[in-house]
Design a protein around this ligand. Structure first.
Ligand SMILES: [Zn+2]
Length: 541
C-alpha cells in the first residue's frame, strides 16, 4: 500500500529518533508539578546530575563515578553522558535508598515514592518510618471527632510494621498517599505540612482524658525530632490481598455479548483493560484493595474463572475466558462496565469455514517496489501458501485473485460479501518513501472489537516466526480517518497484514525466503484457529 506509507512517515520518524533514548520526567510525588527531565534507556532512567540538588541530593564527581548523598544515605554510582549531559542511573539509586517508583499510565512520567517501614501509635505518640522524604498533612474531621494524617509520597509495603493502639487505622488511601486515622480518645497536635527531611517523623498525641477538648484544633506544629535512618527496606512487594469484597456481577448475558459490572468504593484513578493473551483479560482498579472469595463464580459461562490480586496499591481483576473474546471498558463515576464481545465462530473449527484471502495489488498496480522485488508478486506468493494451508485444514478458501491481474478495492470486498465469508484476510507488504523502516503490522478496522481480536490472535503468531520486529496491532483509523476500503466495506471480521518493509534490505531479504513465506502462512492459520477457539491450536504451538 503505497499511500499508507507516506501517512506512516511522521510516526515512523518519531519512533526511530527516540528508539534508543527516550525523554522522560521524574517526579518526587510530594514535590508537586516540578518533575525533573530525565532519559530512559532500556529499563534504566538516567537523571542529570545537575537536577539532583532540587531533591536535596548531593553529588560529587570522581571521574566517571559520582559519590552521592541522598535521603540520609551515601553511595557511589557510575554515570553516563547524554550529548554532553552527565546523568546517573536513578533506579539503581532508588534501590540504594529503598524507595519505590512507578510510571504514570499513558505517560513518560515516573513517580517516586517513599516506602513506609513502620507506623506506631503508642503512649500518645505517632511514629512513622519512611525510606525517603514524605509530606505529612494532618486535619480534623468532625462527627465523630478524629484526626486524619495523610502522608503524601509514600506507599505501604508488605514489610510495613504496624503497631497501633486503640482504633487507629492505616490504609493506602491513594496510590501516593498513606492515611492514618486516629479515632476519638486522642487529641493530637497537628504535625507540619511541609516535606519532612529525614526518615522518622514523630509527633505527640495525648489522651482526651488528659486534655479536655476546649482549644481550637489547630496548634503550632510539634516535631519531636529526627532519628537516624533505619536500614533500607526492600523494594515494594505487592500488598497482601486483603480488603473489601469486590462487587462484580453479570448485568446482561446474550449469545453475542456479556456485560459485567463492577462498583468501586470510590474513584481513585483511571481503570485500565489489558489482554496479556487472547483468553485472559485484566482490569486494573487503581488504588483499590478489593478481593473476590476463593470460590467465586460468575453467573455466566462467558467467564471460566475470575480472581483478584494486589499489585502495589492497585487491585487487578483477572478474567479467564473459555475462548478469545473482544472486550470494551467504560467507566461512570465509581461504576465500571466490562463488555465481553463473543465472535460468532460457529462450532469453533476451521473446517467448513469460508475464508477470503486477498493478495494485495496485481496487474498494472505493482504496489511497492524495491531491489527488483514487487509487492504484488510477494503478496500473491504468500497468499497462495496461506490458501493451501487453510484448505488443507478443511476451510473453503476464495482468493480475490490467483494471477497477476488488477482487481479493484470495491470488487475485493464484494467477493467476500457475495460469498458470505466468515473471515477476510488481506496480504500486503509495507514501504516508506524515505528512510527505510522495519517490522510487521497487523491492521483491523477501527471500530470492530471482533476484528481487533482476530488481529491480536494472528499478530501474536506471526511475531513468533517472522524474525522481524513486531510493530503490533493497529487500527486502520491511524492511517485514514475512515480506515482502509477493503476492511471498511467487508461485512465480516477481517485483517490487513503488512508483513515487512520492502525497501528495508533486512526485511526484503527475509520476505523473499521460502522459510518466511511458509512460516508466516502457517502462523496466520494458527492465529485464525486461536481466534476460533480451536483447542487444538494451542496444543500445536
Ligand atoms: Zn499494499
Amino acid at each position: 500500500m503505497k499511500r499508507l506509507l507516506l501517512a506512516l512517515l511522521p510516526w515512523m520518524a518519531l519512533t526511530t529518533a527516540t528508539a534508543q533514548v527516550r525523554h522522560v520526567e521524574v517526579a518526587y510525588t510530594h514535590f508537586g508539578d516540578t518533575p525533573q527531565k530525565a532519559f530512559r534507556l532500556g529499563d534504566e532512567v538516567f537523571v542529570p546530575t545537575d537536577a539532583l540538588a532540587a531533591w536535596g541530593w548531593k553529588a560529587v564527581r570522581r571521574g566517571e563515578i559520582f559519590e552521592l548523598e541522598a535521603e540520609g544515605r551515601k553511595f557511589s554510582l557510575p554515570s553516563r553522558d547524554f550529548s554532553g549531559t552527565r546523568a546517573i542511573p536513578f533506579l539503581r539509586a532508588l534501590e540504594q535508598i529503598g524507595g519505590s517508583s512507578s510510571w504514570v499510565v499513558g505517560s513518560d512520567k515516573l513517580e517516586v515514592f517513599g516506602a513506609i517501614s513502620s507506623i506506631t501509635l503508642r503512649d500518645g505518640k505517632i511514629s512513622v518510618g519512611s525510606s525517603m522524604q514524605v509530606r505529612p498533612n494532618a486535619f480534623y474531621l468532625a462527627n465523630p471527632h478524629r484526626l486524619v494524617l495523610d502522608i503524601d509520597g509514600a506507599r505501604l509495603t508488605r514489610a510495613t510494621m504496624q503497631e497501633l493502639e486503640g482504633t487507629a487505622r492505616v490504609s493506602q488511601f491513594k496510590p501516593n498517599t498513606v492515611r492514618i486515622v486516629v479515632e476519638p480518645g486522642f487529641v493530637p497536635e497537628l504535625p507540619p505540612t511541609r516535606p519532612v527531611a529525614g526518615q522518622q517523623i514523630e509527633f505527640q498525641v495525648r489522651a482526651a482524658s488528659m486534655a479536655p477538648v476546649t482549644r481550637p484544633p489547630v496548634q503550632p506544629p510539634v516535631l519531636e525530632g529526627v532519628t537516624p535512618p533505619p536500614p533500607p527496606v526492600a523494594i515494594l512487594d505487592p500488598l497482601p490481598a486483603i480488603g473489601d469484597p469486590l462487587d462484580l456481577r453479570v448485568d446482561s448475558d446474550t449469545p453475542a455479548r456479556t456485560q459485567l459490572g463492577v462498583r468501586l468504593p470510590r474513584v481513585l484513578g483511571e481503570v485500565r483493560l489489558r489482554r496479556p493473551d487472547p483468553v485472559t483479560l485484566e482490569v486494573v482498579l487503581p488504588g483499590a484493595s478489593l478481593r473476590l472469595p476463593d470460590d467465586f463464580k460468575l453467573a455466566t459461562d462467558a467467564v471460566a474463572r475470575a480472581e483478584t490480586r494486589a499489585v502495589g496499591a492497585d487491585t487487578v481483576l483477572t478474567l479467564h475466558l473459555p475462548r478469545p473474546m473482544g472486550a470494551e471498558l467504560w467507566t461512570e463515576g465509581p461504576r465500571v462496565g466490562i463488555s465481553l464481545i463473543k465472535p460468532n465462530v460457529g462450532d469453533g473449527r476451521l473446517a467448513g469455514k469460508v475464508i477470503v484471502v486477498d493478495p494485495g495489488h496485481g496487474g498494472t498496480d505493482p504496489g511497492a517496489r524495491a531491489g527488483n522485488v514487487s509487492e504484488k508478486n510477494l503478496t500473491l506468493a504468500i497468499s497462495k501458501l496461506l490458501t493451501d494451508e487453510l484448505a488443507a485444514q478443511g476451510a473453503t478458501v476464495i482468493m480475490t485473485r490467483k494471477t497477476d491481474v488488477a482487481v479493484s478495492l470495491g470488487e475485493r470486498a464484494n467477493i467476500a460479501n457475495r460469498n458470505n465469508a466468515d473471515l477476510f484476510l488481506s496480504v500486503h507488504i509495507n514501504s516508506t518513501a524515505g528512510r527505510p523502516q522495519t517490522g510487521v503490522i497487523t491492521f483491523h478496522h477501527r471500530n470492530s472489537q471482533v476484528s481487533k481480536l482476530l488481529a491480536e490472535c494472528i499478530n501474536r503468531e506471526i511475531a513468533k516466526v517472522s524474525k522481524l520486529p513486531d510493530l503490533g496491532v493497529w487500527s486502520d483509523g491511524r492511517i485514514y480517518q475512515n480506515g482502509f476500503a477493503v476492511l471498511r466495506n467487508t461485512k465480516m471480521p477481517g485483517v490487513l497484514l503488512e508483513l515487512g518493509f520492502i525497501n528495508h534490505p533486512t526485511d526484503r531479504a527475509r520476505m523473499v525466503t521460502a522459510d518466511f513465506q511458509k512460516s508466516v502462512a502457517q502462523a496466520v492459520v494458527r492465529g485464525v484457529r486461536v481466534y476460533l477457539g480451536d483447542a487444538k491450536a494451542k496444543e500445536e504451538e
